[in-house]
Design a protein. Structure first.
Length: 276
């Protein structure tokens, strides 16, 4: 549930934990690049950092957080169990490794990275154990479309706080958006900027001109006004700062509806339905 203030920077998750709406994604960043990007983001005002065991940069993310002057309790750190580590015992061990690399004794949000066949139930049960033991503040899933969320209801005792999926004006998953709102699951968009593939779309450029913002800022603001959290990835200091500058304007409702119509089923990541 997004806070009532339309220009709010945070959302309240279904277990009462507050999470920033906008964060930094660190996919495909390594070593000094990853560390520098996180430091720049924290200096800019970001408080949500999203990583994963699969990204092989948890150590660098931890280093950057240690070097920053931001108290740990003011940050929201997400990581994810790798596909090769799914299963009950292996997930618990993977979580310990992630904490060690991040140099933290807890993470704010731990996600099942992909809905791996025959591993989903036991992996989720491991996350529920971590949550019960207060080793994580929130648990959730990634790449779970509606069929996976429906399946999860059959064996879960904790509703996921977050569902992180590929979502953009060009991949407008209205069914997932409506389902997560109905079930009080916070939808979060990765690759919200479609890895730059549509930044020259004339329709998007027209809106950027109208609001005197960049195309990226228009897309990120669209996410936020839909109540969707976004974690754009960038290691460019200018882009990192630009992506965060989206809380000083609002897109008109008619233009939100217009952007919903940009949908063309454009994916830059595999369709999770192949895992069904």
């Amino acid at each position: 549930m997004v806070n009532n203030n339309k220009l709010s920077t945070t959302t309240l998750l279904n277990n009462g934990v507050e999470m920033p709406l906008l964060g930094l994604g660190v996919y495909d960043m390594y070593r000094d690049e990853a560390e520098a990007a996180v430091l720049t983001a924290l200096e800019t005002g970001y408080r949500l950092i999203d990583t994963a065991a699969m990204y092989a940069n948890e150590k660098e993310i931890g280093n950057a957080i240690k070097k920053s002057s931001i108290p740990r309790k003011e940050l929201f750190v997400t990581t994810k169990v790798n596909n090769t580590d799914q299963g009950y015992d292996s997930t618990l061990k993977a979580f310990e490794r992630s904490c060690k690399l991040l140099q933290m004794d807890y993470v704010d949000l731990y996600l099942v990275h992909w809905p791996i066949k025959r591993k989903r139930k036991e992996t989720w049960k491991a996350l529920e154990t971590l949550y019960s033991n207060k080793q994580v503040r929130c648990i959730g899933v990634a790449n779970y479309l509606v069929p996976f969320l429906e399946e999860l209801k059959n064996y879960s005792s904790v509703t996921p706080a977050v569902d992180q999926v590929e979502f953009s004006p060009y991949l407008f998953l209205e069914d997932v958006l409506n389902y997560t709102k109905e079930h009080k699951i916070q939808l979060q968009s990765y690759t919200p900027l479609v890895r730059g593939k549509r930044m020259n779309d004339p329709k998007l450029l027209g809106l950027a001109k109208k609001y005197n913002k960049t195309p990226a800022q228009i897309i990120l603001r669209w996410n936020i006004q839909l109540g969707v959290s976004a974690i754009p990835k960038s290691s460019n200091p200018v882009r990192i700062k630009e992506n965060f500058d989206v809380f000083d304007f609002e897109i008109e409702e008619a233009d939100i509806r217009l952007m919903n119509g940009f949908h063309e089923n454009l994916r830059v990541v595999d369709d999770p339905m192949i895992m069904l």
